[in-house]
Design a protein around this ligand. Structure first.
Ligand SMILES: O=C(O)COP(=O)(O)O
Length: 225
């Protein structure tokens, strides 16, 4: 049993694609550049907002990318509330894990301020012991710094910690930090890409997180009434 579960945010706990796509397309249109379909934007997510803008506007100068990124950052606070939902079943999983005494945390490549604001908004019961997004001067995933910081701050060992995420970046981050990974397939990376990076465990449906992480426990929300 893992005593510390680290969650990725976008594509793992929350469906944030519509909000990200809306803010990105507003920023592209403001620079008179072509916009993208939701499906295209899905493939740009995972490495933070600057890389998102670079992938959305290839061949543009760094000055233009800077302008698009600044506009994206200004637009995203307006776009995320209407364009984001928590994946079905996630609240139940989080509350079961919390009830079992697990320490829970979030590690995201989303800008830190948005990460903490969204975690507070979508999880007002504050189940996460520490929430870390992308911060200036601190290497983003797949660098293991964020995991090392979480383990140190929360006084947790690598053997009892696991990273749950939807992207190959999450699986590689866990490996770089010497911890196990649980890949989830309802997010933004293809199943085949996830399989290729050999996660420790894989969940195709939200309740499977509990089955895989706590195999001997029967969660109360899935017990017959
Ligand atoms: O904003 C991103 O690009 C990715 O965010 P995530 O690390 O929570 O998936």
């Amino acid at each position: 049993m893992y005593s510390h579960i680290i969650f990725d945010l976008d594509g793992t706990l929350i469906e944030s694609l519509p909000g990200i796509a809306a803010a990105l397309n507003t920023a592209l249109a403001a620079s008179k550049l072509p916009t993208h379909s939701i499906e295209d934007v899905r493939t740009f997510i995972g490495d933070g907002s600057l890389t998102l803008c670079e992938r959305a506007a290839p061949d543009q100068s760094s000055e233009t990318i800077h302008v698009i990124h600044e506009t994206f950052l200004a637009e995203y606070p307006k776009a995320w509330k209407s364009g984001t939902t928590v994946f079905a079943g996630i609240h139940e999983v989080i509350s079961e894990l919390k009830g079992m005494g697990c320490t829970l945390s979030i590690l995201s490549n989303k800008v830190h301020e948005f990460t903490t604001e969204m975690a507070d908004y979508f999880f007002p019961e504050k189940p996460f012991d520490l929430v870390l997004g992308q911060r200036e001067g601190i290497a983003k995933k797949p660098d293991p710094s964020g995991i090392h910081e979480l383990l140190g701050e929360l006084d947790k060992s690598s053997s009892n910690s696991i990273l749950v995420g939807d992207s190959t970046i999450d699986v590689i981050t866990a490996r770089n930090a010497g911890i196990k990974s649980l890949a989830v397939t309802w997010g933004y990376h293809d199943k085949s890409a996830l399989k290729a990076v050999s996660p420790t465990l894989t969940a195709h449906k939200v309740p499977q997180i509990l089955e895989l992480l706590t195999p001997t426990q029967v969660p109360s929300f899935r017990q017959p009434a």
